[in-house]
Ligand binder design. Structure first.
Ligand code: DHB
Ligand code: FE
Length: 289
Protein backbone atom coordinates (compact mmCIF):
# COMPACT_ATOMS: atom_id res chain seq x y z
CA UNK A 1 0.00 0.00 0.00
CA UNK A 2 0.99 3.63 -0.24
CA UNK A 3 1.98 5.35 2.99
CA UNK A 4 2.57 8.86 4.29
CA UNK A 5 6.07 8.81 5.71
CA UNK A 6 6.53 12.45 6.65
CA UNK A 7 5.09 15.93 6.59
CA UNK A 8 6.94 19.11 5.70
CA UNK A 9 5.78 22.63 6.57
CA UNK A 10 7.13 25.82 5.07
CA UNK A 11 6.34 29.43 4.23
CA UNK A 12 6.16 30.31 0.53
CA UNK A 13 7.34 33.94 0.39
CA UNK A 14 7.58 34.85 -3.33
CA UNK A 15 10.71 36.94 -2.75
CA UNK A 16 12.49 33.70 -1.79
CA UNK A 17 11.80 32.38 -5.29
CA UNK A 18 13.00 35.66 -6.79
CA UNK A 19 16.18 35.55 -4.66
CA UNK A 20 16.95 32.07 -5.99
CA UNK A 21 16.03 32.85 -9.58
CA UNK A 22 18.13 36.04 -9.60
CA UNK A 23 21.19 34.39 -7.99
CA UNK A 24 20.91 36.27 -4.68
CA UNK A 25 20.68 33.27 -2.34
CA UNK A 26 24.20 33.85 -0.95
CA UNK A 27 23.63 37.53 -0.17
CA UNK A 28 23.78 38.33 3.59
CA UNK A 29 20.04 39.09 3.74
CA UNK A 30 19.03 35.74 2.21
CA UNK A 31 21.77 33.39 3.38
CA UNK A 32 20.20 32.80 6.85
CA UNK A 33 16.82 32.00 5.23
CA UNK A 34 18.24 29.33 2.94
CA UNK A 35 20.47 27.95 5.72
CA UNK A 36 17.32 26.82 7.51
CA UNK A 37 16.64 24.45 4.61
CA UNK A 38 20.11 22.87 4.36
CA UNK A 39 19.02 20.03 6.62
CA UNK A 40 15.80 19.41 4.66
CA UNK A 41 17.63 19.29 1.33
CA UNK A 42 19.88 16.48 2.59
CA UNK A 43 17.04 14.73 4.41
CA UNK A 44 14.81 14.60 1.36
CA UNK A 45 17.59 13.11 -0.78
CA UNK A 46 17.63 10.16 1.61
CA UNK A 47 13.86 9.96 1.95
CA UNK A 48 13.32 9.78 -1.83
CA UNK A 49 9.54 10.35 -1.80
CA UNK A 50 7.69 9.06 -4.85
CA UNK A 51 4.93 11.64 -4.52
CA UNK A 52 4.42 14.88 -2.62
CA UNK A 53 0.84 15.78 -1.79
CA UNK A 54 1.40 19.53 -1.72
CA UNK A 55 -1.20 21.59 0.13
CA UNK A 56 -0.86 25.23 -0.93
CA UNK A 57 -2.91 28.22 -1.91
CA UNK A 58 -3.37 29.81 -5.27
CA UNK A 59 -3.08 33.63 -5.11
CA UNK A 60 -5.82 34.54 -7.62
CA UNK A 61 -3.54 33.09 -10.33
CA UNK A 62 -5.16 29.89 -11.64
CA UNK A 63 -8.46 30.74 -9.96
CA UNK A 64 -9.50 34.35 -10.41
CA UNK A 65 -12.34 35.83 -8.42
CA UNK A 66 -14.60 34.34 -11.16
CA UNK A 67 -14.67 31.01 -9.35
CA UNK A 68 -13.20 30.06 -6.00
CA UNK A 69 -13.00 26.39 -5.00
CA UNK A 70 -12.53 25.82 -1.28
CA UNK A 71 -10.51 22.62 -1.78
CA UNK A 72 -9.19 21.68 -5.24
CA UNK A 73 -7.21 18.55 -6.09
CA UNK A 74 -4.95 18.45 -9.14
CA UNK A 75 -5.58 15.25 -11.09
CA UNK A 76 -3.63 16.34 -14.18
CA UNK A 77 -0.49 14.81 -15.66
CA UNK A 78 1.49 18.07 -15.49
CA UNK A 79 1.32 21.71 -14.45
CA UNK A 80 3.24 24.71 -15.78
CA UNK A 81 4.71 27.38 -13.50
CA UNK A 82 2.34 30.36 -13.64
CA UNK A 83 3.05 33.83 -14.94
CA UNK A 84 2.27 36.03 -11.91
CA UNK A 85 2.97 39.28 -13.72
CA UNK A 86 6.68 39.16 -14.53
CA UNK A 87 6.92 35.89 -16.44
CA UNK A 88 6.81 32.32 -15.16
CA UNK A 89 9.54 31.35 -12.66
CA UNK A 90 12.43 29.58 -14.41
CA UNK A 91 11.70 26.22 -12.80
CA UNK A 92 10.73 22.86 -14.32
CA UNK A 93 7.12 21.97 -14.95
CA UNK A 94 5.48 19.94 -12.20
CA UNK A 95 4.71 16.30 -12.99
CA UNK A 96 1.50 15.07 -11.36
CA UNK A 97 0.36 11.61 -10.31
CA UNK A 98 -3.09 11.23 -11.91
CA UNK A 99 -3.63 7.69 -10.60
CA UNK A 100 -3.03 8.49 -6.94
CA UNK A 101 -4.78 11.87 -7.25
CA UNK A 102 -7.89 10.27 -8.77
CA UNK A 103 -7.89 7.63 -6.04
CA UNK A 104 -7.61 10.29 -3.32
CA UNK A 105 -10.41 12.30 -4.95
CA UNK A 106 -12.64 9.21 -5.00
CA UNK A 107 -11.86 8.27 -1.41
CA UNK A 108 -12.01 11.76 0.12
CA UNK A 109 -15.22 12.74 -1.70
CA UNK A 110 -16.85 9.49 -0.59
CA UNK A 111 -15.59 10.39 2.88
CA UNK A 112 -17.83 13.52 2.64
CA UNK A 113 -15.33 16.22 1.62
CA UNK A 114 -16.57 17.91 -1.56
CA UNK A 115 -13.39 18.53 -3.51
CA UNK A 116 -13.15 20.37 -6.81
CA UNK A 117 -11.32 18.32 -9.43
CA UNK A 118 -8.81 20.22 -11.55
CA UNK A 119 -7.27 18.67 -14.64
CA UNK A 120 -5.57 21.77 -15.95
CA UNK A 121 -4.05 24.72 -14.10
CA UNK A 122 -0.82 26.63 -13.71
CA UNK A 123 0.85 26.65 -10.30
CA UNK A 124 2.03 29.86 -8.64
CA UNK A 125 4.67 30.71 -5.99
CA UNK A 126 2.53 29.00 -3.35
CA UNK A 127 3.57 25.66 -4.86
CA UNK A 128 6.89 26.36 -6.60
CA UNK A 129 8.65 28.22 -3.76
CA UNK A 130 8.32 25.30 -1.30
CA UNK A 131 9.68 22.95 -4.01
CA UNK A 132 12.65 25.27 -4.58
CA UNK A 133 13.35 25.51 -0.85
CA UNK A 134 13.41 21.74 -0.38
CA UNK A 135 15.01 20.66 -3.68
CA UNK A 136 17.14 23.70 -4.54
CA UNK A 137 17.49 25.23 -7.96
CA UNK A 138 16.70 23.05 -10.96
CA UNK A 139 17.44 23.65 -14.62
CA UNK A 140 14.13 24.89 -16.05
CA UNK A 141 14.71 23.36 -19.50
CA UNK A 142 16.57 20.12 -18.92
CA UNK A 143 15.97 19.56 -15.21
CA UNK A 144 13.00 18.02 -13.44
CA UNK A 145 11.67 18.00 -9.90
CA UNK A 146 12.81 14.72 -8.30
CA UNK A 147 9.32 13.33 -7.76
CA UNK A 148 5.67 13.62 -8.70
CA UNK A 149 3.55 16.31 -7.04
CA UNK A 150 -0.19 16.37 -6.44
CA UNK A 151 -1.22 20.02 -6.08
CA UNK A 152 -3.97 20.58 -3.53
CA UNK A 153 -5.21 24.15 -3.51
CA UNK A 154 -7.05 25.66 -0.54
CA UNK A 155 -8.94 28.93 -0.63
CA UNK A 156 -7.40 31.19 2.00
CA UNK A 157 -7.69 34.33 -0.14
CA UNK A 158 -11.41 35.11 -0.39
CA UNK A 159 -13.71 34.77 2.64
CA UNK A 160 -15.29 32.50 3.70
CA UNK A 161 -12.23 30.27 4.06
CA UNK A 162 -12.30 26.79 5.62
CA UNK A 163 -11.78 26.42 9.37
CA UNK A 164 -8.69 24.91 10.93
CA UNK A 165 -10.97 22.20 12.29
CA UNK A 166 -12.19 21.27 8.80
CA UNK A 167 -8.63 21.28 7.47
CA UNK A 168 -7.48 18.96 10.27
CA UNK A 169 -10.35 16.53 9.54
CA UNK A 170 -9.56 16.66 5.83
CA UNK A 171 -5.97 15.67 6.55
CA UNK A 172 -7.24 12.57 8.31
CA UNK A 173 -9.37 11.67 5.28
CA UNK A 174 -6.35 12.15 3.00
CA UNK A 175 -4.31 9.73 5.14
CA UNK A 176 -7.07 7.12 4.86
CA UNK A 177 -7.16 7.66 1.11
CA UNK A 178 -3.42 7.27 0.64
CA UNK A 179 -3.31 4.13 2.76
CA UNK A 180 -6.05 2.52 0.67
CA UNK A 181 -4.17 3.04 -2.61
CA UNK A 182 -3.12 -0.20 -4.23
CA UNK A 183 0.50 0.57 -5.02
CA UNK A 184 3.72 0.83 -3.06
CA UNK A 185 4.37 4.56 -2.85
CA UNK A 186 6.35 6.70 -0.42
CA UNK A 187 4.15 9.78 -0.03
CA UNK A 188 4.93 12.99 1.80
CA UNK A 189 2.35 15.62 2.63
CA UNK A 190 3.38 19.26 2.76
CA UNK A 191 1.54 22.13 4.42
CA UNK A 192 2.65 25.51 3.12
CA UNK A 193 2.08 29.27 3.45
CA UNK A 194 2.30 31.45 6.58
CA UNK A 195 3.75 32.30 9.00
CA UNK A 196 2.62 35.67 10.38
CA UNK A 197 2.32 38.34 7.70
CA UNK A 198 0.03 41.09 6.58
CA UNK A 199 0.62 42.60 3.17
CA UNK A 200 -1.72 45.57 3.16
CA UNK A 201 -3.51 48.19 5.25
CA UNK A 202 -2.39 49.98 8.40
CA UNK A 203 -1.02 46.77 9.92
CA UNK A 204 1.13 45.89 6.87
CA UNK A 205 4.39 44.33 7.96
CA UNK A 206 2.94 42.75 11.09
CA UNK A 207 5.10 39.93 12.48
CA UNK A 208 4.27 38.08 15.70
CA UNK A 209 7.20 35.88 16.69
CA UNK A 210 5.70 34.72 19.95
CA UNK A 211 2.47 33.63 18.35
CA UNK A 212 4.26 31.91 15.45
CA UNK A 213 6.45 29.91 17.82
CA UNK A 214 3.49 28.93 19.97
CA UNK A 215 1.77 27.78 16.75
CA UNK A 216 4.79 25.57 15.95
CA UNK A 217 4.78 24.17 19.51
CA UNK A 218 1.12 23.27 19.30
CA UNK A 219 1.30 21.97 15.75
CA UNK A 220 3.84 19.45 17.00
CA UNK A 221 2.33 18.52 20.35
CA UNK A 222 -1.37 19.50 20.33
CA UNK A 223 -2.65 19.64 16.74
CA UNK A 224 -6.21 18.66 17.71
CA UNK A 225 -6.37 21.54 20.18
CA UNK A 226 -4.78 23.95 17.70
CA UNK A 227 -7.37 22.95 15.10
CA UNK A 228 -10.09 24.51 17.31
CA UNK A 229 -8.62 28.00 16.91
CA UNK A 230 -11.10 30.34 15.15
CA UNK A 231 -10.15 32.45 12.10
CA UNK A 232 -10.26 35.66 14.03
CA UNK A 233 -7.32 34.55 16.18
CA UNK A 234 -5.16 33.96 13.09
CA UNK A 235 -6.07 37.30 11.59
CA UNK A 236 -5.70 39.28 14.82
CA UNK A 237 -2.47 37.66 15.94
CA UNK A 238 -0.75 36.58 12.70
CA UNK A 239 -2.09 39.19 10.25
CA UNK A 240 -4.54 38.90 7.39
CA UNK A 241 -2.27 36.54 5.40
CA UNK A 242 -1.40 34.56 8.54
CA UNK A 243 -4.64 32.70 7.78
CA UNK A 244 -2.57 30.68 5.28
CA UNK A 245 -1.48 28.66 8.32
CA UNK A 246 -4.75 26.71 8.42
CA UNK A 247 -3.26 24.72 5.52
CA UNK A 248 -0.59 23.32 7.83
CA UNK A 249 -3.37 21.55 9.73
CA UNK A 250 -4.24 19.48 6.65
CA UNK A 251 -0.73 18.04 6.55
CA UNK A 252 -0.65 17.59 10.33
CA UNK A 253 -4.01 15.77 10.30
CA UNK A 254 -2.55 13.20 7.91
CA UNK A 255 0.13 12.07 10.36
CA UNK A 256 -0.15 8.65 12.02
CA UNK A 257 -0.41 9.85 15.63
CA UNK A 258 -3.74 11.51 14.87
CA UNK A 259 -5.08 8.02 14.08
CA UNK A 260 -3.64 6.49 17.26
CA UNK A 261 -0.04 5.87 16.16
CA UNK A 262 3.13 7.05 17.90
CA UNK A 263 4.07 10.75 17.99
CA UNK A 264 6.09 11.87 14.95
CA UNK A 265 9.77 12.69 15.23
CA UNK A 266 10.69 16.37 14.82
CA UNK A 267 13.52 16.28 12.29
CA UNK A 268 13.80 20.03 11.70
CA UNK A 269 12.42 23.21 13.20
CA UNK A 270 13.36 26.62 11.87
CA UNK A 271 12.08 30.15 12.30
CA UNK A 272 13.50 33.32 10.80
CA UNK A 273 12.56 36.98 10.43
CA UNK A 274 12.72 38.84 8.11
CA UNK A 275 12.07 37.55 4.63
CA UNK A 276 10.35 40.29 2.68
CA UNK A 277 7.33 41.15 4.86
CA UNK A 278 6.92 37.65 6.18
CA UNK A 279 8.14 35.42 8.99
CA UNK A 280 9.56 32.15 7.64
CA UNK A 281 8.71 28.95 9.48
CA UNK A 282 9.71 25.41 8.59
CA UNK A 283 9.14 22.03 10.22
CA UNK A 284 9.80 18.43 9.23
CA UNK A 285 7.87 15.70 11.05
CA UNK A 286 8.60 12.06 10.30
CA UNK A 287 6.21 9.21 11.06
CA UNK A 288 7.75 6.44 13.12
CA UNK A 289 7.70 3.16 11.20
C1 DHB B 1 4.05 37.76 -0.07
C2 DHB B 1 3.09 37.05 -0.74
C3 DHB B 1 2.62 35.87 -0.21
O1 DHB B 1 1.74 35.08 -0.87
C4 DHB B 1 3.03 35.42 1.00
O2 DHB B 1 2.45 34.32 1.50
C5 DHB B 1 4.01 36.12 1.67
C6 DHB B 1 4.51 37.30 1.13
C7 DHB B 1 4.60 39.02 -0.66
O3 DHB B 1 4.10 39.48 -1.69
O4 DHB B 1 5.57 39.56 -0.11
FE1 FE C 1 0.85 33.60 0.19
Amino acid sequence: MARITASVYTSHVPAIGAALDLGKAQEPYWQPVFAGYDYGKEWIKEQKPDVIFLVYNDHATAFSLDFIPTFAIGTGAEYQPADEGWGPRPVPKVIGHPQLAAHIAQSVIQDDFDLTIVNKMDVDHGLTVPLSLMFGQQDPQHGAWPCAVIPFAVNVVQYPVPSGRRCFQLGQAIRRAVESFDGDLNVQIWGTGGMSHQLQGPRAGLINKEWDNAFLDRLIADPAGLAQLPHIDYVREAGSEGIELVMWLIARGAMSDVAGGPAPEVKQRFYHVPASNTAVGHLILENKQ
